[in-house]
Design a protein around this ligand. Structure first.
Ligand code: GDP
Ligand code: MG
Length: 318
């Protein structure tokens, strides 16, 4: 480890201690399981089929799908399938609807690619979507799989952001490489990969800034971070999207994927929305798989995304 890395590591550790109380409060808070993501769709669906199955039912289901953020294109497909199948009993209608939703998400490889030595995961997304928390949860998962992890605090825009990652690092017992506030995030990314390679660490997870203002600078910055972190050899570029933001989620998805080759989506705060259908819309929009779903603020609230289970939960009894 060179001196610069030691210095920044120490700086981050100190900042971490300052902020440790704050995270202790967050961690101590009970996980917010507000509502099942499905509530909008399942209750509208029950209402629709409650009055019998006819053409009016399909219209109500169409409305319910749109309301659940499934998106216009996918909704049109699904309702077409329903109309064509014209199921006459409720059980069959539910089946057709489930099949329609699962088909919209199609078979995709949702596993994390971790082949590099070290494997590099770059995490991007707008501030507040849950990047840093997701990184901590992901590190926690990888540690449980007996992998060694290094975190890179390349959100040098705000000292608080680096400190937040530092706190998670202390809590998880993993090394965090940081930089000066306002320093070059790309050099933090570079140092972290370099340092992980030297130490034989399995996975580097890079946290990045996500300020909305000066978006163009941000995108240029992310492109540079991506390049110095290995470019095409970066194993995963995970775009973190907040499921509660509805259509804004899609706007963000477009902006980020235009600037950087996103390989997977993490949809956070699925515990705080009644409109889980955004998963379907995001996949269609980006053409990349939703790989992970955040369902709370705790370290264990990160799940691999399973479309079949997800669709089942969408249509559970409200
Ligand atoms: P960042 O700015 O993108 O790094 O976002 P943070 O990781 O700092 O998260 C912003 C807020 O969202 C924090 O209060 C997190 O605890 C919260 N958060 C992140 N993921 C989830 C989730 O899956 N569910 C809920 N309910 N809150 C989350
Ligand atoms: Mg952050």
């Amino acid at each position: 480890m060179d001196t610069a890395v030691i210095v920044v590591t120490v700086a981050v550790a100190l900042a971490a201690l300052v902020a440790i109380v704050a995270v202790a409060v967050i961690v101590g808070r009970p996980t917010a399981h507000v509502e099942r993501p499905s509530a909008v769709l399942s209750s509208a669906f029950r209402r629709a089929i409650g009055v019998g199955l006819d053409s009016g039912t399909w219209e109500s289901i169409e409305e319910a799908l749109l309301e659940a953020d499934v998106g216009v294109e996918a909704t049109t497909h699904i309702v077409e399938t329903l109309r064509r199948a014209s199921p006459t009993e409720v059980g069959r209608a539910v089946e057709v609807l489930k099949e329609g939703l699962v088909t919209e998400m199609s078979a995709r490889d949702r596993s994390l690619r971790l082949e590099g030595d070290p494997a590099v995961i770059l995490v991007v997304g707008v501030n507040g979507t849950g990047k840093t928390t997701t990184i901590a949860k992901l590190a926690n998962r990888l540690l449980k799989e007996d992998k060694t992890v290094l975190l890179a605090a390349a959100d040098t825009f705000r000292a608080g952001a680096m400190a937040q990652l530092g706190v998670w690092g202390v809590r998880l017992g993993v090394r965090v490489v940081g930089g000066q506030e306002g320093g070059d995030p790309a050099s933090v990314a570079y140092d972290s990969v370099d340092s992980a390679r030297a130490a034989g660490t399995d996975v580097v997870i890079i946290d990045t800034a996500g300020r909305l203002h000066g978006q163009r600078n941000l995108m240029a910055e992310l492109t540079k971070i991506h390049r110095v972190a290995g470019g095409e050899r970066v194993d995963e570029v995970l775009l973190v999207l907040d499921a509660t933001l509805g259509q804004n989620t899609l706007v963000q998805a477009r902006q980020f994927s235009a600037a950087i080759p996103v390989t997977g989506v993490v949809l956070t705060k699925m515990d705080s929305t009644a409109r889980g259908g955004i998963v379907v819309a995001v996949e269609r929009e980006l053409g990349v798989p939703v790989k992970l779903v955040g369902d709370g603020e705790g370290l264990d609230n990160l799940q691999p995304f399973d479309p079949v289970r997800f669709v089942d939960s969408l249509l559970e009894n409200p």
